[in-house]
Design a protein around this ligand. Structure first.
Ligand code: SF4
Length: 345
């Protein structure tokens, strides 16, 4: 079952569109640094950017952000329905708010009619910190509690005729995040936003995000993703894009296949790998490059590579497993990069 398509500013998500990468700036809209922060994320390949809206000045500042930046802007609002309305009126392309906690039917109605009037979508959902009390009492901190809490928020909006909905269920516990996303996906066909909350930083943060988001994407679940890391948001975007590449949803990049080396390796593969990585990192072409440790196993193990190198007393350059050149160690860099450049053209 494919999800519905939802338009957010100048892009669409769901309904078979490519999975979009989101991030969040750490400044408020009224902060003069925000334009620069959004442009940095754009440059890094971010598709959608979110920011917290804390007061009226933030909501008004969205107008300027819209003028100076190009990707869809999402206003994240807690509780205050007036800020939701002001954000939409000032040009937010999507808002993130939970109708269940904005203070009653009249306020929900006001936000809903503003969303419909401007054709702006809304993201609703729950995380382990915002599970509704009754569901928490009944199901504890579980996928069912997260899912049911989210469904209730969705129903509040549906009752007001809002159809442009994006859904998220998040947890910092990876198995719970995965189970909750599967639960909600089995109940609704709105596009789903994936993320592991409070994943931390460093290697463990990257691992949690990659496994949580990646395992769902492999099952065809997820229409937008946000890698959450205690680091520069530009890193979140880079890792988000790499997750899409690792699960095969983005093939437009140079994939480097390299062996981990073993006792058979007779050259400095690690150093050469870094040089290759540097050369190809900004090239968006579906090419596979292999950097292998030995001539005995390298060309065969990396048969699918469009071009590869295997080190030894003499190094071999190969294409699709067939050796095309045998070169002296001293000439390897010059010769290999000459061949690689031909492939990258
Ligand atoms: S390609 Fe050669 S050096 Fe690399 S892991 Fe395999 S056997 Fe070892």
């Amino acid at each position: 079952m494919s999800t519905k398509k939802v338009k957010i500013g100048n892009i669409s998500i769901g309904g078979g569109e490519r999975v979009a990468v989101q991030s969040m700036i750490t400044t408020l809209p009224k902060d003069e640094k925000s334009v620069k922060e959004i442009l940095r994320l754009e440059k890094a390949g971010c598709d959608i950017v979110r920011f917290a809206v804390k007061d009226e000045l933030d909501a008004k500042a969205i107008k300027l952000l819209k003028e100076k930046t190009n990707i869809p802007l999402v206003a994240d609002i807690h509780f205050d329905y007036k800020l939701a309305i002001a954000s939409i009126e000032n040009g937010a392309d999507k808002i993130r708010i939970n109708p269940g906690n904005i203070g009653g039917d009249d306020k929900v109605k006001a936000v809903a009619s503003c969303l419909k009037e401007h054709g702006v979508p809304v993201r609703v959902g729950a995380n382990t910190g915002s599970i509704e009390k009754s569901f928490y009492a009944k199901y504890g901190s579980s996928a069912k509690a997260l899912g049911e809490s989210t469904l209730k928020n969705i129903q509040v909006l549906e009752k007001q005729g809002v159809e442009n909905i994006v859904v998220s269920v998040k947890a910092s516990n990876v198995p719970l995040m995965v189970e909750s996303a599967e639960y909600i996906r089995s109940k609704i066909d709105y596009p789903l936003h994936l993320g592991v909350t409070e994943a931390g930083g460093g290697d463990m943060g990257v691992i949690k995000n990659s496994i949580g988001i990646g395992s769902l994407l492999l099952k065809g679940i997820g229409d937008t993703i946000r890698v959450s890391l205690s680091t520069d948001p530009v890193d979140e975007v880079a890792i988000g894009k790499n997750i899409l590449r690792a699960v095969g949803l983005d093939k437009n990049f140079v994939d480097i296949i390299a062996c981990p080396t073993c006792g058979r390796c007779e050259w400095n593969l690690m150093e050469f790998y870094k040089k290759v990585e540097d050369r190809v990192k900004d090239i968006n072409k579906p090419i596979k490059v292999a950097v292998m440790g030995c001539v005995v196993n390298g060309p065969g193990e990396a048969k699918e590579a469009d071009i590869g190198i295997a080190g030894g007393e003499k190094c071999v350059i190969f294409k699709k497993g067939e050796v095309i050149k045998i070169v002296e160690k001293e000439k390897i860099e010059e010769e290999f990069f000459k061949e690689l450049d031909k492939c990258l053209k």
